[in-house]
Design a binder for this molecule. Structure first.
Ligand code: ATP
Length: 311
């Protein structure tokens, strides 16, 4: 037995991950909604789950909230079973829809929720303020815009003061101004160190608000990185050409090439200066049929998430 205990900051040592998915599979009859996801999310991370319709985002979120159980694999939230974490108030969520009582005012709704969570009136006021709702406190919920209703759900989700906040496509159906206001409230909150996981279709949202972007497609993680890594993935241009007998390692050594791929007689060279790459190919090799394409974020997203072309 070691006679000495080292002290180090808790984040670096034994603090449990905020979320730990290990080999998670979820099937609904013949449909495999989640097909083997393993993921660790550290406390304080703001993570976007990005993917097209049917990718498995909501199913993953439901498992994090204990609303669904995995068919295989394990889900832990702060080292606990998800339903326990929810019961302890460690996790709360803003879902796409969630019943609100339309005949109550915004203020009454938040105060009532505070009572349910055993929180004080001051906590209710603080949640209203943090969700940017103080000014519309007296408004009937039924008269609120979609964006205000979502911020109301956000205020309610803040009441247990959760360590982890989960947002499932929180801005679906909102106009640009509503989305902007919603995200300003969230951003202000995340600056206090709360862990946030949000599912979205909107690439711009993932890019603007997440430290980490996890691309999901057909129930699998197809890319996982910081927003800037995702941008890097999408920047630059690809030169495609026909060059029989090309060797990947040799192409990678060409000035300006940061990625090279050989598929049969076709080569794909990626780099910042496509002119230089094209010049090299045309003057120093037998390459022909050159084609230069640039990728914006939207293309990168589509490339990462698109279904394979069916035969
Ligand atoms: N309860 C269920 N019963 C049967 N199939 C389901 C069920 N829930 C989800 N699925 C299927 O699992 C797959 C993943 O769905 P999920 O809702 O998790 O995707 P998503 O990424 O959240 O999509 P969206 O962006 O449209 O909300 C889909 O094919 C969906 O039809």
């Amino acid at each position: 037995m070691s006679g000495m205990t080292l002290t180090a900051s808790p984040e670096l040592t034994t603090a449990p991950a905020a979320v730990e998915l290990d080999g998670v599979i979820k099937r609904f009859g013949a449909v495999t909604a989640v097909d083997g996801i393993s993921l660790t999310i550290r406390p304080g991370e703001v993570v976007a789950l990005l993917g097209p319709n049917g990718a498995g985002k909501t199913t993953t979120v439901d498992m994090l909230l204990g609303l669904q159980r995995p068919t295989e694999g394990t889900v832990r939230v702060y080292g606990r079973a998800p339903h326990e974490a929810v019961e302890l108030g460690l996790v709360s969520a803003v879902m796409q829809t969630g019943a609100l009582l339309k005949d109550y005012t915004v203020e009454e709704t938040v105060r009532l929720t505070a009572v349910l969570f055993g929180r004080s009136r001051a906590d209710a006021e603080a949640a209203l303020e943090r969700a940017g709702l103080t000014e519309v406190g007296k408004r009937l919920v039924g008269k609120c815009s979609g964006g205000q209703q979502q911020r109301l759900r956000f205020a309610m989700a803040l009441l247990p003061d959760p360590e982890l906040l989960i947002l499932d496509e929180p801005t679906t159906g909102m106009d640009v101004a509503g989305r902007h206001e919603f995200w300003s409230a969230i951003r202000e909150d995340t600056s206090r160190g709360r862990t946030v996981i949000f599912a979205t279709h909107y690439l711009e949202e993932a890019d603007a608000y997440a430290d980490r972007v996890v691309f999901v497609r057909r129930g699998r993680v197809v890319a996982d990185g910081t927003a800037s890594e995702v941008k890097a993935l999408a920047s630059g241009r690809t030169v495609r050409a026909t060059l029989p007998g090309a060797v990947e390692a040799e192409l990678l050594a060409v000035a300006g090439v940061d990625k090279a791929e050989v598929r049969g007689e076709t080569i794909f060279l990626h780099g910042r200066d496509s002119d230089e790459i094209a010049r090299y190919l045309l003057t120093r090799t037998a390459a022909r049929d050159l084609e230069i394409t640039s990728r914006n974020l939207e293309d990168a997203f589509l490339a990462l998430t698109a279904d394979e072309v069916s035969k």
